[in-house]
Design a protein around this ligand. Structure first.
Ligand code: ADP
Length: 304
């Protein structure tokens, strides 16, 4: 059955330290990474599109060309005069990574500014993916515009997928952060949180507490990720199940573990609606991804 997946958020320019003072350029962002992995594993009769805003400058052109090359569609992406994509730099010191960000005026902050375009794009989709980072970069009124459209999509029976991806440094105010993440959950029909984040920021004592809290917000389907241990699946009308993570002997780079899990999970879940099989597949893909450098691992390096 053919369909359309839409992922909404911010893709940034990534600069990584290379030899000496040289920098290697790439592109990444949680919702884009998820779209990338969904595209790798969805059947060809599914389309995968990215929704954001970019500028009209050369670096925006290059980013769109890169996204297109991965097979993810850019047809819905708005161009905004006078803005540029956000940028971050990865510093490597004694094997430890640290990050600097330049994203305070990024074009993606305006992604919800054309509400009609946003509505028409969501209406044309079957699965809509967003994250806590998508909400964090938007001004409160823009976040409300997006949430309104997502609630409409959920009410219309679309699969609205939310990864809270809680990043406190992106939010000015903790209370607003927790309220907005909760509003994101209410607008979604499938939530895919990481237990570590939920325990730290919402104070959940265990995975059962995370599941109970999101159930209480009206989320029908829940996948709680717990790193090397595995995921707990709580899907409407099915018994709760646990799917262990695959064993990894040597972790190279955990960047994108959660995003690749989400993308691979959605690709399988869209095909047959079986969360258990989707989680088993996604665990094996995420285990492959963390044995390679970078967020976007080529398909030929991934074996399920
Ligand atoms: P996030 O990267 O969003 O914090 P997690 O750390 O929970 O998410 O990891 C997401 C998924 O990646 C896990 O559900 C698991 O499938 C896989 N994963 C992460 N860490 C490991 C690990 N050490 N060994 C095997 N699989 C892992």
């Amino acid at each position: 059955m053919a369909g359309r997946l839409l992922s909404i958020g911010e893709c940034m320019v990534e600069l990584m330290q290379a030899e000496g003072d040289f920098l290697r350029k790439g592109y990444a962002g949680d919702t884009f990474n998820t779209a990338y992995y969904a595209r790798l594993f969805l059947p060809k009769d599914w389309s995968v599109d990215y929704f954001t805003a970019v500028g009209t400058d050369t670096v925006s052109d290059e980013m769109l060309a890169f996204i297109e090359k991965t097979g993810v569609g850019t047809g819905y992406i708005r161009r905004v005069e006078g803005r540029s994509p956000g940028l971050y730099m990865i510093h490597l010191k004694d094997g430890e990574r640290s990050f600097s960000y330049w994203r305070s005026v990024s074009a993606a902050k305006t992604l919800a500014d054309d509400a009609d375009h946003l509505r028409a794009t969501i209406e044309a989709s079957d699965i809509v993916v967003f994250s806590g980072i998508t909400l964090a970069i938007l001004a409160p009124t823009a976040a409300e515009t997006l949430l309104l459209e997502l609630r409409r999509a959920k009410a219309a029976g679309k699969l609205v997928v939310f990864d809270p991806n809680i990043r406190p440094r992106l939010w000015n105010d903790k209370q607003y952060m927790l309220e907005t993440i909760s509003a994101g959950a209410r607008a979604s029909s499938l939530i895919m949180p990481s237990f570590d984040d939920e325990a730290v920021h919402f104070g959940d004592a265990d995975i059962a507490a995370t599941i109970a809290r999101y159930r209480g917000l009206g989320v029908g389907n829940i996948v709680v990720k717990d790193g090397a241990k595995g995921v707990t699946l709580s899907f409407a009308e099915r018994p709760e199940t646990f799917v262990p993570s695959a064993r990894v002997e040597r972790i190279v780079d955990t960047t994108s573990a959660g995003d690749s899990f989400n993308g691979a999970f959605l690709a399988r879940y869209a095909a047959d609606g079986d969360p258990q099989a989707a989680a088993t597949f996604a665990a094996s893909i995420a285990a492959n991804v963390i044995q390679h450098h970078g967020a976007l691992v080529p398909k030929d390096k991934l074996t399920a």
